[in-house]
Design a protein around this ligand. Structure first.
Ligand code: ACO
Length: 338
């Protein structure tokens, strides 16, 4: 069989309209803009409307990604969505909801749950499916409405996260300089209690729905995080993971056009950047604007440099992510969008 490579043909994102500043949190919590900025780098994040679920955010990003790939929905033969905040817990999957709203029928669609590493896991799956000639054009979507699962009385978590979506079309190429070079994924469930949504229901649950507040209180639980332990493990794991993928592919950090890490905390990004000795001007940072949007964070950051004209076809991207599970991963790829 002819050798083909998986290739990122487009990137897109969608940011919901409600901008929440650190000052907004000062009104409801014992916190300050100074603490949040100093400890995380975050200044603002965006929250979706009540009637805007994570799949709706995903559809908006997906429509742009398909258009930018020069395709139509009918060209897509697989849809995969990464989310920790699906519309419904269990079923239907966000991928099925997104497919349906895009008019894609009788094509496979499924979700994955790897928290903030979602986009890297999506790349790994898409690369395997393309290079094994199983599918031709795969829509991958990271879509999150984390505001639905935040405990707004827990200052150590609720100030960190935002809503949003990112999407990409992964197709094939015969040109090595347009390929997804490599994807590393890994996990260690030993640390499962570092980041959890114990007994959490889907984002369709609103306080105004059929549940009374007292019932919701009993069954609804929120995102919980052992922040400090996660922070330390994230820095060490990410730096090692990135060094490993560069070494394995014999690529020098100087040849990387942009380093696009998961946007959880500016201090993690800077620490990893220092450890891998990358030129700081090549590090893409959006955490100050969007906060941590989990599976949507990396595609939103890639789209940020695409939209402002910094990202060009042929640029070599180095991605890394770390999240609940615990899961982590990295990728090297040549961007192949127009
Ligand atoms: N405002 C003011 N004070 C606060 C706030 C806040 N919003 N949040 C915590 N504090 C206080 C704590 O109560 C604590 O006070 P104490 O010393 O009196 O007990 C103090 O600040 C220090 O708390 P730490 O948790 O030690 O602070 P740290 O410097 O570790 O920062 C943070 C916390 C921002 C959560 C950081 O640990 C972090 O970013 N962790 C990693 C996040 C991450 O990488 N997650 C992975 C991906 S997420 C996913 O997969 C969904």
């Amino acid at each position: 069989m002819e050798k083909i490579y998986a290739s990122m043909k487009s990137i897109a994102s969608y940011v919901p309209k409600n901008c929440i500043s650190n000052a907004d949190f000062e009104k409801i919590l014992d916190t300050s803009d100074e603490w949040i900025t100093k400890r995380t780098g975050i200044k603002t994040r965006y929250f979706a409307d009540d009637d805007e679920d994570s799949s709706a955010l995903g559809v908006k990003a997906a429509e742009i990604a398909i258009k930018r790939a020069g395709m139509q929905s009918s060209d897509i033969d697989l849809v995969i969505c990464a989310t920790l905040s699906p519309d419904y817990l269990g079923m239907p999957s966000n991928a099925c909801l997104i497919s349906s709203r895009l008019g894609i029928e009788n094509k496979p669609a499924f979700d994955i749950t790897t928290a903030c590493s979602g986009f890297i896991y999506l790349l790994s799956l898409a690369k395997s499916f393309i290079e094994s000639h199983t599918y031709s054009n795969i829509l991958i979507v990271g879509a999150e409405k984390i505001s639905s699962i935040l405990d707004f009385s827990d200052r150590s978590t609720c100030v960190l996260f935002g809503d949003g979506a990112g999407a990409a079309v992964i197709g094939s190429t015969k040109n090595e300089n347009e390929r997804i070079v490599d994807v590393n994924i890994s996990a260690n469930g030993k640390y499962n209690d570092f980041l959890m949504t114990p007994r959490c229901l889907g984002t369709k649950l609103h306080f105004s729905n059929e549940f009374s507040v007292s019932q919701v209180d009993k069954i609804h639980s929120y995102l919980k995080m052992k922040g400090n332990e996660t922070f330390k493990l994230a820095v060490k794991t990410l730096a090692n993971d990135v060094k490993e993928i560069l070494l394995k592919n014999d690529i020098n950090i100087k040849d990387v056009s942009y380093f696009i890490p998961h946007q959880a905390n500016l201090r993690i990004i800077n620490a990893v950047g220092d450890m891998i000795e990358i030129d700081p001007s090549k590090v893409v940072i959006t955490v100050q604007k969007y906060g941590n949007t989990s599976a949507a964070s990396i595609p939103m950051a890639i789209d940020d440099i695409y939209k402002n004209g910094r990202l060009k076809k042929g640029d070599l991207l180095l991605l890394d992510a770390f999240g609940g599970g615990l899961t982590w991963g990295s990728s090297l790829l040549y961007f192949n969008g127009e």
